[in-house]
Design a protein around this ligand. Structure first.
Ligand code: BGC
Ligand code: CA
Length: 341
């Protein structure tokens, strides 16, 4: 090496040491949060709105001087597709993953892939079972407490029934009800149903269950199931409890096709507070919903991603049981719906 080159090399070494010392960072700390988002199904109404929130929050990190990239993949319901997408996102250089499992009981392949490259995973909305969360210490979960949403939906129904004696249309002292359930095996389906019904019963309301139908969170399926129920039970149904807004809206769609008069309609309750759900509350077609805090979840995921990648700020994250974050639900009725726009 010539003297000039040696001098140059020495100078460059000094500059880089200086830079590292002044930033106080490890030499291998990345300067960009490259988030890979794996969604179970982007045609899901709640999740498509949820993903928009996350994009906004990740963009917002730029105002704090944090560089971000976001790569989003849609598994369209297949765990195998999702495993391949995670492989692809890791190969593309994602340094943190945000995963909405297609099958919440089958995260092992994704965990292995991420662990091989030491890339942390934040699961969201579809909660892995507790043992799987113990497979590695860089696994996190962000979501909400299913029981709370069920209890709140039950409370909304209790308040409506106590307030309006016309809901018991046949005046038999009981409320004839049907439930539209989300995907079997989803933590939010069965727990919401159980707690909504329990809450109604505990408040002393006499219930008569006419039917339970699975509609997989989906508006079109709910419409179809509800059309069958209307054919079967005619005017008997007084209350429809749906595990989410999209299914409550599907039930409303079904009544519209039958052209029911207002007085023959049951009351409907959903969960989520999607745009369409809130609009239906505003119009008085949905008697109530339970707001599922997608903004809060997205905000905490953006913060957690940045903290995991950049190595600072973990102490500001409000963990429960070390690696879980549950954001609270809120009841929505005509009285407060404008607070949620
Ligand atoms: C939401 C549903 C959604 C489901 C998907 C639930 O928490 O309330 O609207 O379809 O998650 O996983
Ligand atoms: Ca009745």
């Amino acid at each position: 090496m010539s003297r000039k080159k040696k001098w140059m090399a020495g100078f460059l070494l000094l500059v880089s040491i200086q830079l590292l010392v002044s930033c106080g960072k490890q030499p291998d700390t990345p300067d960009t949060v490259s988030l890979g988002v794996a969604c179970y199904n982007q045609s899901d109404a709640f999740l498509s709105e949820w993903i928009d929130c996350l994009k906004k929050e990740m963009d917002g990190l730029k105002n704090e001087g944090i560089m971000t990239t976001v790569l989003i993949r849609d598994a369209a319901g297949s765990q195998r597709t999702q495993n391949d997408q995670v492989k692809e996102m890791l190969a593309a250089g994602c340094n943190v993953l945000c995963v909405n499992l297609a099958d919440r009981t089958d995260p092992s392949e994704i965990i292995d892939l991420a662990r091989e490259q030491d890339v942390p995973i934040i699961f969201f909305n579809r909660e892995p079972v507790a043992e799987d969360m113990l497979q590695w210490d860089k696994l996190y979960y962000v979501g909400a407490d299913a029981k709370q949403s069920g209890v709140m939906q039950g409370e909304l129904a209790v308040a409506a029934i106590e307030d309006n004696s016309r809901i018991d249309r046949n005046k038999d002292g009981k409320i004839q009800y049907v439930v539209l359930e989300g995907e079997p095996g989803h933590q939010d389906a069965i727990i919401r149903t159980e707690n909504a019904v329990e809450t109604l019963k505990n408040s002393g309301i006499e219930l008569e269950k006419l039917s339970f139908q699975i509609a997989n969170w989906n508006r079109a399926q709910a419409k179809n199931r509800m059309q069958q129920l209307i054919s079967q039970y005619q005017n008997e149904i007084e209350l429809v409890l749906a595990n989410n807004d999209d299914m409550a809206l599907g039930a409303l769609d079904a009544y519209e096709t039958f052209n029911h008069t207002e007085s023959a309609l049951p009351v409907f309750f959903g969960i989520d507070g999607t745009k369409a759900g809130l609009l239906a509350v505003t119009e008085g077609r949905l008697s109530g919903t339970v707001y599922h805090d997608k903004e809060g979840q997205a905000e905490v995921i953006a913060k957690l991603s940045a903290a995991l990648v950049l190595g600072e700020g973990m102490d500001e994250i409000p963990f429960e049981n070390e690696r879980y974050i549950y954001l609270p639900y809120q009841k929505v009725t005509l009285e407060n719906v404008t607070d949620f726009d």
